[in-house]
Ligand binder design. Structure first.
Ligand SMILES: [Zn+2]
Length: 161
């Protein structure tokens, strides 16, 4: 341990002291050493702050990546649900269409023979009435003699009827 003699009071003390412990006279050598030590401590603090900031930054990036991944997964899940729902509803529509079509065929199979009888017996008034009425809910134009009857109707009652 280096000792120095105070230039003011002549006391001997540790050269690391910034002031004489007896008369408080400033010790330039100790003051400079303390200044350098403080500077070094400050630099270390800044370094550690820098490290903390860097590790927090890395943490933020990881968090951001997790969040982005979550968003992608949730979006994919929502899309899958939407596609699934769309597929199911399309299938249901298709099934409904198919059922409607089958029911229509059954109806035509049951009713067109009655049209045939009315046509053969020449009961055109009754036939027109039936076709007009059934035509509101069924595809009466599918009847094999529909066009033929349209021509008969035209000749009987004229265009526009
Ligand atoms: Zn002194």
């Amino acid at each position: 341990m280096k000792q120095i003699e105070c230039p003011n009071c002549g006391a001997v003390f540790d050269a690391k002291e910034t002031r004489c412990p007896y008369c408080t006279y400033i010790n330039p050598e100790g003051a400079e050493a303390k200044y350098l030590r403080d500077l070094e401590n400050r630099r270390r603090e800044l370094d550690s702050v820098d490290d903390r900031v860097r590790s927090e930054y890395r943490g933020e990036i990881r968090k951001g990546t997790r969040t982005a991944l979550k968003i992608v997964l949730i979006t994919a899940l929502v899309l899958a649900i939407l596609v699934g729902a769309w597929f199911i509803s399309e299938n249901k529509l298709f099934n409904n269409d198919r059922d409607d079509y089958a029911a229509e065929l059954v109806w035509e199979h049951e009713h067109f023979p009655e049209y045939d009888i009315l046509l053969e017996s020449g009961d055109y008034d009754m036939l027109l009435e039936r076709i007009a009425e059934d035509g509101e809910t069924h595809d009466v134009w599918n009847w094999e003699h529909y066009e033929e009857f349209t021509e008969i109707a035209d000749s009987l009652w004229g265009d526009g009827q």
